[in-house]
Design a protein around this ligand. Structure first.
Ligand SMILES: C[S@@+](CC[C@H](N)C(=O)[O-])C[C@H]1O[C@@H](n2cnc3c(N)ncnc32)[C@H](O)[C@@H]1O
Length: 301
């Protein structure tokens, strides 16, 4: 069959299954399939409502191709805002006398991606410290390409990622292998090596934060294909953040930061959680991206 006819036929099947971006998705599915039989299987999975990213096996995030697998949370574009905020904090740390990259803090930052899922966040932040070969040219995005951190005085970031879910850990290991780092399985801080206590520059945590009662309102793609443990944040959505706030001060270096994504209406409560545990907390609104990021800093002694 002629290439254009194949695209039209795949797009027709996707459109009749309710896919809004049928033409774009048709191209991606055709590109991902090794032959007509596999293409048919992929189209069928997508038409049955599986997220496109699970079907093709990757998601675009911060100019990178992040591997995702069935049963693993698909990194959302709105979370790129948290990565942006992390980049700004790292720049400020490098500008401070005695800060990152100075003789007092040689090498790259120590990063922890907690509740890492595919580890998209940790990999995107760590990738700033690596050279351009890790960036997929098709998705190159200048916003996430920070030549400043390729300077030899920084070295690589030291990335540690952790998740409670076995499928997430397996997937995170594939992604973290691209930039170097460790992935652990376990409940929040429990699997992290003890030597990281008091050493973490940035702790990045996109925890589950959907209130239990709102899960039924989520799109079917998320509700049916992403694990409940990735979505459900308890009655007010803040159960996991509450536990992060209670323990994070033992892991941060003085002056280190924790960043968590929240819904806009949860922001005041999330800021209060971290303040209650002695951190200087503030929120930054993501405006068009939706939601917000809470940034809490462990005061320097
Ligand atoms: C909203 S998803 C975010 C995944 C990833 N950070 C991202 O932004 O794409 C939340 C993740 O938290 C993990 N998780 C939930 N409860 C956890 C816990 N108590 N300890 C560690 N990970 C947890 C889930 O398995 C899921 O991968």
């Amino acid at each position: 069959m002629d290439g254009r006819v194949v695209i039209q036929e795949v797009a027709r099947r996707l459109r009749s299954a309710g896919c809004v971006f049928a033409d774009d998705e048709a191209r991606l599915l055709i590109e991902s399939a090794a032959g007509p039989d596999e293409l048919d299987r992929l189209v069928r999975r997508r038409a049955q409502g599986e997220p496109l990213e699970h079907v093709v096996g990757w998601a675009e995030f911060c100019g990178l191709r992040i591997a995702v697998e069935p049963g693993v949370f698909v990194p959302r574009r709105r979370t790129e805002f948290l990565v942006d905020q992390a980049g700004a904090l790292l720049s400020a740390m490098a500008d401070r006398p005695g800060g990152l990259g100075s003789p007092h803090h040689p090498g790259g930052p120590v990063l922890v991606d907690l509740c890492c899922g595919s580890a998209a966040i940790g990999v995107a932040v760590a990738a700033r410290f690596r050279d351009a070969r890790f960036h997929d040219a098709r998705f190159h995005d200048a916003r996430f390409h920070d030549a400043r951190f390729h300077d030899a005085r920084f070295g690589d970031a030291e990335l540690h990622a952790a998740d409670v879910d076995a499928a997430a850990v397996r997937c995170a290991r594939r992604n973290v292998a691209q930039v170097g780092g460790q992935v652990y399985r376990g409940d929040l801080f429990q699997p992290l090596p003890d030597r990281l206590r008091g050493q973490v520059d940035l702790l990045l945590a996109n925890t589950p934060y959907v209130p239990t009662g709102a899960i039924t309102l989520m799109p079917a793609e998320a509700r049916l294909h992403e694990p409940r443990v990735a979505l459900d944040g308890g009655p007010d959505g803040l159960d996991v953040q509450r536990r992060v706030a209670a323990d994070v001060r033992h892991w941060l270096r003085p002056g280190g930061h924790v960043l968590v994504e929240t819904g806009r209406d949860q922001t005041p409560d999330a800021v209060e959680l971290f303040s209650r545990h002695g951190l200087h907390a503030r929120s930054v609104d993501a405006h068009d991206a939706g939601g917000a990021v809470v940034i809490a800093t462990l005061p320097s002694a």
